[in-house]
Design a protein around this ligand. Structure first.
Ligand SMILES: Cc1cc2nc3c(=O)[nH]c(=O)nc-3n(C[C@H](O)[C@H](O)[C@H](O)COP(=O)(O)OP(=O)(O)OC[C@H]3O[C@@H](n4cnc5c(N)ncnc54)[C@H](O)[C@@H]3O)c2cc1C
Length: 596
């Protein structure tokens, strides 16, 4: 491990995959994944790590310094080395490893996708964004594109010969997608639409990695109802193509500018003009006015993906910080305060640095479990045989999604900030990778639905799914897990977590009642506090589960996981209780006219 070289915690990832979540056994029971045994997962992990460490990580810093460039024709050049790395990356099958083998993929499950995403994003998130969006676009194309293009275009995308984008945001339509103004009007050619408008903040809106780009664009058709109900989804290629995928003319989806951002400089964030003097053609994907429904199809996976990006920032930060704290010598032990000749020690010896390091690890390792678990459940919900179990899992995934997205991205950033603190003054300089991680991580709490919007989704929608049953089942499962852990020798932390889960359930009731009594704003002002409270408990339950599983082995890991759990319950769980106290306070000061 080094404080400047990327590394990935293969041991802990393997522990979560094989010991805690028993992925080979759980998924091996499904026909689709029956051939994947532990050796296949372990080999993929090792192979993916080589790609992350040897090919992607070396791009991270130079790509950050150089950024992307735009020429007058709207062509984006990615940083030096990206094209060559993309060739190796795509040739290795890493753009679409989850695709079916007959579409060029390796048929891997979502949980393995999460592991790879953690590694690749940790190594170079700016690069990996092109791959993430391309794979997401491929899955949408496969489901909603005009029939004759579905498989061939998806195959091009999964292979990384073409790339893909998601075009929702406009200057007046960010969180409020229903305010989209881009329009699509039918042309004389059946099936072909003409698009006009401007999308902003489009990741990979242009790039030089592939021969063509498929933009998936939300737009409004003439006479469509207002709001999200009137939106349709269109496939808008950079270059048009025929049914044999032979490329034709340059289409009128052209980049007008690239953003100069705080981080992820290797990822081109583009203003994408549609039409405006140059014909911009698109083809309807899915039904008319069904654009938002289609987008929801990929949104769940995208939100898990961004949660994993947050985990990746935290996990890379932990690796760098741990290495730095062992290398950096400063001062002597506190007990030697009066002895000027006392030996100098590595900063890892100082209690405050140890507090920061363990805080990072307790958070990162429970986030890893949370992310891999939701991805594994996604596989079980999609391919399981028992319909009732699938339905239950699908509801659990819906409930947990805003928590995974918001907690992991907020905490990934916080872990990176703590990492910078551990580095002291050097952390603030460009000599060490930690300052870039801080800058790269911040965006994750904003895109793919800001974390404020995630909290609204949790409180306003997800707590009510199945008439509140999914949430109550989560509370009951927490009760069961903590009782079992208490019987297995983890009584004190288990009791604290069980009590905290019940407190969160009480807060949900209080907010529902407050909303009825004093109107929605009175409850929604606490949405983030509620998400945080439930999120801390959910992460704490993962820590408890890890300690339980590790305790069955007589290894150093058992003691390490127990440290994580004790730290979590003593120092992080109180944050859940503090959030509940804020909710219970009846405070409405921010809603007063004088407040802002
Ligand atoms: C680097 C980068 C890459 C991106 N990539 C893409 C991409 O590939 N495709 C794409 O379509 N978009 C992309 N985006 C756009 C991104 O998804 C939006 O920035 C995000 O959805 C927020 O929209 P906004 O910026 O307009 O902020 P706003 O919606 O204006 O939000 C500002 C603040 O107000 C809050 N807020 C807004 N509405 C409400 C409400 N109703 N209730 C409570 N709080 C509210 C928000 O939580 C936030 O704190 C990207 C953005 C960036 C910066």
């Amino acid at each position: 491990m080094s404080s400047t070289q990327f590394s990935f915690d293969v041991d802990d990832a393997s522990f979560v995959l094989f010991d805690q979540l028993a992925v080979p056994e759980a998924l091996g029971a499904l026909e689709r994944y029956a051939d994947l045994d532990r050796d296949v997962y372990a080999a993929t992990l090792a192979e993916g790590y080589r790609m992350a460490r040897d090919v992607l990580a070396p791009l991270n810093r130079p790509g950050d310094r150089q950024g992307c460039r735009l020429d007058r024709e709207g062509n984006v050049t990615t940083p030096d080395g990206y094209r060559e790395a993309w060739e190796r990356f795509r040739a290795g099958g890493w753009v679409g490893p989850r695709a079916d083998p007959d579409l060029g993929g390796a048929g891997l499950p979502a949980v393995m996708g999460a592991v790879l995403n953690e590694m690749f994003s940790g190594a170079c998130v700016g690069f990996n964004m092109y791959a993430g969006l391309t794979a997401a676009a491929a899955r949408m194309v496969l489901k909603f594109a005009p029939e004759q293009w579905r498989r061939p275009v998806a195959t091009k995308l999964f292979a990384g010969s073409w790339t893909g984008t998601m075009c929702l945001t406009e200057s007046g339509a960010g969180s409020s997608v229903g305010d989209t103004r881009a329009v699509a009007t039918p042309t004389e050619t059946p099936g072909r639409w003409a698009l006009e408008g401007e999308k902003i903040f489009i990741t990979g809106g242009d790039c030089d990695l592939a021969e063509n780009i498929v933009h998936l664009v939300l737009a409004r058709t003439p006479g469509a109802p207002a709001g999200t109900k009137g939106l349709s989804l269109f496939l808008v290629p950079k270059r048009t193509f025929d049914d044999e995928l032979r490329l034709g003319e340059r289409n009128g989806a052209v980049v007008r500018g690239i953003e100069h951002k705080m981080g992820i400089h290797g990822s081109a964030t583009c203003v994408l003009g549609l039409g405006g003097g140059r014909a911009c053609h698109g083809w309807l994907m899915g039904g008319l006015h069904e654009g938002i429904g289609s987008m929801f199809h990929m949104m769940n996976e995208a939100r898990i993906g961004v949660g994993v990006q947050g985990l990746a920032m935290g996990s890379a930060a932990l690796q760098y910080s741990r290495a730095y704290a062992r290398e950096r010598v400063q001062g002597s032990a506190a007990r030697e305060l009066r002895n000027a000749d006392a030996p100098r020690v590595a900063i890892v010896e100082h209690p405050d640095v140890r507090r920061m390091l363990l805080g990072q690890r307790a958070v990162v390792e429970s986030m890893r479990a949370m992310c891999y678990r939701i991805a594994r459940d996604f596989d079980l919900a999609e391919h399981g045989v028992d319909a009732a179990a699938r339905e239950r899992l699908a509801a659990r995934i819906e409930l947990m999604l805003p928590i995974v997205k918001a907690m992991c991205t907020d905490l990934g950033f916080e872990v990176a900030v703590t990492g910078l603190q551990i580095h002291g003054g050097y952390g603030y300089t460009a000599e060490f990778p930690i300052e870039q991680l801080v800058r790269d991580a911040k965006i994750q709490s904003i895109y793919e639905g800001t974390n404020g919007i995630q909290a609204l989704d949790l409180l306003g929608r997800k707590l009510r799914i199945q008439g509140g049953r999914a949430f109550m089942e989560w509370v009951q499962d927490a009760g069961r897990a903590t009782e079992e852990a208490a019987r297995e020798g983890l009584e004190k932390p288990a009791r604290a977590l069980g009590e905290a889960a019940r407190t969160v359930a009480g807060a949900a009731m209080a907010l529902a009642e407050r909303s009825t009594r004093r109107g929605p704003d009175a409850a929604l002002q606490h949405a983030v506090s509620f998400l945080r409270a439930m999120g801390w408990v959910a992460l704490g339950l993962e820590s408890l589960d890890q300690a339980r599983v590790a305790a069955r082995t007589d290894t150093p890991r058992a003691a390490g996981k127990r440290c994580n759990l004790d730290f979590f319950v003593a120092q992080l769980l109180p944050l859940a209780l503090a959030a509940v106290r804020a909710i219970e306070s009846d405070d409405e000061s921010c809603l007063q006219p004088e407040a802002v």
